[in-house]
Design a protein around this ligand. Sequence first.
Ligand SMILES: Cc1cc2nc3c(=O)[nH]c(=O)nc-3n(C[C@H](O)[C@H](O)[C@H](O)COP(=O)(O)OP(=O)(O)OC[C@H]3O[C@@H](n4cnc5c(N)ncnc54)[C@H](O)[C@@H]3O)c2cc1C
Length: 210
Amino acid sequence: MTDRTRVRRLPERGVYERDAANAILDEALVCHLGFVVDGEPYVIPTLCARCGDVVYVHGSAASRMLRAIIDEPVCLTVTLVDGLVLARSAFHHSANYRSLVVFGRPRLVEEEAEKLRALEAFSEQLVAGRWVDVRPPTTKELRATKVLALPLVEFSVKRRTGPPLDDDADYALDVWAGVVPLRLAAAAPVADPRLRPGIEPPSYATDYLR
Ligand SMILES: Cc1cc2nc3c(=O)[nH]c(=O)nc-3n(C[C@H](O)[C@H](O)[C@H](O)COP(=O)(O)OP(=O)(O)OC[C@H]3O[C@@H](n4cnc5c(N)ncnc54)[C@H](O)[C@@H]3O)c2cc1C
């Protein structure tokens, strides 16, 4: 923990262990990257993938965000919303969640082998098992893709679980209270209209689970 990663409000919800951070990153599809360019703050949603002790972000080599943040300070966040917490008072409504905040300076991944590993990690993060089924990137496609690595060193995790926490007097109220759990669920896959006939959807598409 550092001074800037110390959770101030409800500090008992703060966790600083790598396993907790890894678990959030491995479940997430999307992170938000915060950075400052010419004094203006930006927070941009993007895909992320963890490999060991780094988080990768990637995109077009022309991306303004990716060019702007190489070796510059960023703040990456991930949020998983686990439930809606319905209290007896409007005031005590809340959410159950797991969230992660990472500070650091992303480095440009230049070595081709690491870049390929990172791209495989992105593919696997989205759909486990997909990478081996698809055409691998060409040299031209690799050149058109920027990959940045943010070390998982300075971070905090915050978690809320459990029922609402109402004021004592409000437990006597005739109002339903509890949690509506939320989860990300996939619907049936929709085939590409240009799919060649006779190709069945793979099980990682028909039975997609996160
Ligand atoms: C889905 C969701 C909904 C939320 N809704 C609200 C809301 O409506 N109102 C509200 O005030 N707060 C909300 N929070 C909590 C919010 O993220 C902050 O934790 C909270 O504002 C307290 O910040 P602070 O002043 O203690 O910390 P700050 O001084 O803002 O932060 C200090 C450090 O603590 C760490 N930190 C703070 N919050 C988090 C976090 N969530 N996850 C990981 N690390 C963290 C960071 O490293 C940060 O640099 C919500 C969080 C989530 C995930």
